[in-house]
Design a protein around this ligand. Structure first.
Ligand SMILES: *Cc1c(COP(=O)(O)O)cnc(C)c1O
Length: 241
């Protein structure tokens, strides 16, 4: 084994320990049990060797935001739970259903239909999270009109019903990305409110996927059950090519 590989292993071990410490501290500060938060390692742009190293260090949940990369990594690491966290085109639904166990980015009815059809064909149950838009909490996005996608809080009940009724799908909860310029506590508190309304109708939909490298502490304060960490574990990503 080359020293470069050893160096990378040591780096990932140290990053993982720091991330776990950070999650633990945030849980304690919030009066929550440390095992109430699942770490999902977002491995986009990093090689499959890094996925294997993280798995050897005890990471069980990994995620990608593009189908191409999921396809490149998941088949050879199928002992892991794979999460799909990116914008999903309906024509990629079958592939994602085949390779992942959870989709965090369900944002429209046409995608629900595509995922359901794919899950039935694959004889599989897909856990689906509704991606909620928190754009109204981000001053920058509100000003420019750009958005990171997702269903508006007002439209959550209707989309939730569609997932709950669809064959092959299981409604797992909600996901969000804090918008640019937002106070993450304010944005994630709004997500928590959406989640509790959702759970009053769908008792099993308790997951809250929120928090990335920059805002995981706020997300845990506001009830996140799943944090999605990329840079904190793997380091700075090369710019997207
Ligand atoms: C890349 C990505 C993450 C991880 O972001 P970091 O800032 O690297 O922790 C989380 N969620 C989604 C949807 C992503 O695309």
């Amino acid at each position: 084994m080359s020293s470069g590989t050893d160096g990378r292993q040591a780096e990932l071990r140290e990053n993982l320990q720091k991330a776990r410490d950070r999650i633990g501290a945030a849980c304690r500060a919030a009066g929550r049990a440390e095992d109430s938060v699942t770490l999902v390692a977002i491995t986009k742009t990093f090689p499959i060797e890094d996925v294997r190293t993280l798995a050897a260090l005890g990471v069980t949940d990994v995620g990608e935001n593009r189908e191409q990369e999921l396809k490149a990594k998941a088949p050879d690491t199928s002992d892991l739970t794979w999460h799909f966290v990116g914008q999903l085109q309906s024509n990629k639904a079958r592939s994602v259903v085949r390779l992942a166990q959870v989709v965090h980015s369900v944002d429209r009815k046409s995608l629900v239909s595509a995922l359901s059809k794919a899950a039935v064909a694959e004889q599989k149950t897909m856990r689906c999270l509704l991606q909620v838009s928190l754009a109204e909490y981000g001053s920058a996005e509100a000003a420019t009109g750009t958005s990171r996608g997702g269903v508006t809080p007002a439209d959550v009940p209707e989309l939730a019903a569609a997932v709950a009724e669809a064959d092959g799908l299981e409604l797992g909860g909600v996901m969000a990305v804090a918008p640019l310029g937002a106070d993450p506590d304010e944005a994630f508190a709004a997500l928590r409110a959406v989640s509790s309304r959702l759970r009053s109708e769908h008792a099993g939909a308790g997951w809250i996927s929120a928090g990335m490298t920059g805002d995981l502490d706020a997300a845990i304060r506001q009830g996140a059950t799943h944090v999605r960490l990329g840079r904190a574990l793997l380091g700075t990503r090369p710019p997207l090519g």
